[in-house]
Design a protein around this ligand. Structure first.
Ligand code: PSU
Ligand code: MN
Length: 303
């Protein structure tokens, strides 16, 4: 049921750097056509930095690692009608032969099955605000605790409770590395009032820490938090207002479960009239570059 593209399989067999990319960000994270355009551009950024991209999704009963451009286009066009698949969805969606987009959790699973250790995305799921009553905690976090893949992201959106997300990652034994920063980036903005576990100033330093963790036989992943480029950062107070409104609307409409994150992402994008989309696109590309550099450094250590 695992279908690894020829290009990705050959690269892995030769010890070349490969970077996994998720597909829920395409179907549920951005509007069409920017979603498909961005996904294709992100693959180019990975190549430009010396690694092979492996976007992951489910088609016709197979967990596909490495997609054709036409498949990426389809995920973008079909958008919300594609099934958002986290760990628990994989069996049912594969058995039914339906089209599925992978979240951070299930992309980590596909990457690990294929032998890919580095993965780039925009933001991860986490502990939602109000989780003490809703118990809404993303399966992305538990996956980070059990699967040895490192995820490069721009932190987590403030639709989440960032302090609780860090606490949960600590409980699961997941290290949070700040890429050239001590402060945990907050997706749209470069800083928060929280600190990462370790600041890492180079891709080589990140690769060395990952290599040591996995050489020891530890099985958890890692989070590499890379701040949004300065030119694309949005003022935190401005975003907080928008996020509060989106959260109030979600609450009023009784949105919960797997629909919660896509609803909040879409409302935030609508309410900021496209500014946040440009920021989202810029930070994903930046993460793809850092992920590719890290994958190259890790391949050199392993070689
Ligand atoms: N956060 C973002 N953009 C995204 C997502 C989260 O800023 O596209 C997507 C990712 O695919 C992530 C998923 O894995 O939402 C988390 O969903 P949930 O909270 O339902 O686990
Ligand atoms: Mn959830």
């Amino acid at each position: 049921m695992l279908k690894v593209s020829n290009e990705v399989r050959d690269a892995l067999a030769c010890g070349q750097a490969v970077v996994a990319l998720e597909s829920t960000i395409i179907s549920h994270g951005m509007p069409y056509p920017q979603n498909a355009e961005t996904a294709l551009e992100v693959e180019q950024v990975v190549r430009h930095h010396g690694a092979v991209p492996a976007t992951i999704a489910l088609f016709d009963g197979e967990l596909c690692v490495g997609l054709e451009a036409a498949q990426i286009q389809r995920l973008g066009q079909e958008g919300l009608s594609v099934i958002k698949c986290s760990r628990r969805d994989l069996g049912a969606v594969l058995a039914a032969g339906r089209t599925g987009a992978t979240t951070v959790a299930s992309t980590m699973i596909g990457a690990h099955l294929a032998g890919i250790k580095i993965f780039a995305t925009g933001g991860i799921g986490g502990v939602h605000r109000g989780a003490e009553t809703s118990m809404d905690i993303s399966a992305d976090l538990t996956e980070l605790g059990r699967t040895p893949v490192a995820v490069v992201c721009a932190g987590a959106k403030a639709i989440l409770d960032l302090p609780l997300t860090l606490e949960y990652l600590e409980t699961l034994g997941v290290p949070v590395f700040g890429y050239q920063t001590k402060s945990l980036p907050a997706f749209y903005s470069r800083q928060s009032d929280l600190e990462v576990d370790y600041q890492m100033d180079t891709a080589e330093a990140v690769a060395a820490a990952l290599n040591a963790q996995w050489q020891l036989g530890l099985t958890q992943g890692a989070l590499i938090a890379n701040p949004v480029p300065e030119a694309n950062a949005i003022d935190k107070a401005e975003m907080d207002k928008v996020i509060d409104q989106a959260l109030t609307e979600a609450d009023a409409q009784g949105i919960k479960g797997k629909a919660s994150t896509p609803f909040l992402l879409a409302r935030v994008a609508e309410l900021t009239g496209g500014t946040s989309l440009q920021t989202n696109i810029a930070l994903v590309k930046h993460n793809a570059a850092v992920a590719a550099q890290t994958a190259v450094a890790l391949a050199a250590l392993e070689g």
